[in-house]
Each structure stands twice: as structure tokens, then as C-alpha cells.
Design a protein around this ligand. Structure first.
Ligand code: SF4
Length: 165
């Protein structure tokens, strides 16, 4: 755990608001998350990183069993979570953690349209929610703020996670 704290510093250098090393088992998955993508998000089926193409909750749940530690990153409307997740995944991988894998927030915004195959597979990652993660439960359990936004003036909180080892 201690040896991973350098990743918090690095994420903050990339202008993340806050970050924590968390227990990977505190990342919650739930079946309802995918339904929220399917019935509630205009991005459903439009991105190769979104449902129905992204990992279902059950697959994510099983995959999480392979990890002990993760870096949870917290940003706001000015933070490019997708980009920072991809940079941090690569750096953590090159630091020797060969299983490093990141999940960002929201639909991929790298191209205006997805074709049959992803144009940037090195950078595009499914979001936490597209992978069936209950972001509210995970953020709150780890002491981060997140609320339902009931007005356009409310400030949003965005999260990404990089599984380390
Ligand atoms: S990188 Fe482009 S092709 Fe790949 S998921 Fe993102 S938008 Fe789609």
C-alpha cells in the first residue's frame, strides 16, 4: 500500500483534485448499473467502450478478484478523467505492474464516431459505470463526495480507477 502512494502524487501533478490508494475489494459492482446505461443514457450502443460492448457487471466482479490495490482518482468538470486514467494506467504498467488496468468516466470522446474497430485501443477504456461499477457506493465507501445532481448549477464529481495489482 505505502509503495503505491507515489501514484497519488503523480495523479495530482496531472491536475486531479484528489486520489487515494484503495482496497480493490471496496469497488462495488451491481446489475442495475448496466440498466441505467441502457435505459437512461443516449450513449448506449454508440461507443465501443460502452454497453453492450463493455464488460458486464458479472465479468467486472470476477476480474476485481484478481486485484488487491487500486488508485481511485477524483475530478470535477475541468478534469479529463479519461486522459488521466489512460496516462496513469500506462505509467503504473511501465513501473512493473503488468496487470494495470484503468476505467474512466463517461463515454469515450476520442473520435466523433466509433467504427467497427476502436481507433485508439491504447487510450480508450470503458468507464467505471460502463463496466457495471456502482460509482456512488465506491466513492462514498472510500470517503469521497458524490451526490445526485438535481440542478444544472450543482457541481459534479467524476471518478476513475486504475487497478494496480
Ligand atoms: S477511441 Fe474512438 S473508436 Fe475507440 S471507443 Fe473511443 S471514440 Fe470509439
Amino acid at each position: 500500500m505505502e509503495k503505491h502512494k507515489k501514484y497519488i502524487k503523480r495523479a495530482k501533478k496531472l491536475k486531479i483534485k484528489d486520489a487515494k490508494i484503495i482496497n480493490a475489494q471496496s469497488i462495488a459492482t451491481a446489475e442495475w448499473v448496466r440498466l441505467k446505461c441502457q435505459f437512461g443514457c443516449g450513449g448506449y450502443g454508440k461507443r465501443l467502450t460502452c454497453p453492450p460492448y463493455s464488460p458486464a457487471p458479472e465479468q467486472t466482479r470476477k476480474m476485481l478478484e484478481d486485484y488487491k490495490y487500486a488508485l481511485l482518482i477524483h475530478g470535477d468538470e475541468h478534469t479529463d478523467i479519461r486522459e488521466i486514467t489512460s496516462i496513469m494506467e500506462r505509467e503504473i504498467f511501465l513501473d512493473g505492474h503488468y496487470r494495470a488496468y484503468g476505467m474512466g468516466s463517461g463515454p469515450c470522446n476520442l473520435c466523433s464516431k466509433c467504427l467497427k474497430f476502436c481507433k485508439y485501443p491504447d487510450k480508450a477504456r470503458p468507464s467505471m459505470e460502463a463496466s457495471g461499477i456502482d460509482v456512488f457506493k465506491t466513492a462514498r465507501f472510500n470517503g469521497f463526495p458524490i451526490e445526485v445532481l438535481n440542478s444544472t448549477t450543482c457541481k459534479a464529481n467524476y471518478y476513475g480507477v486504475i487497478l494496480i495489482e
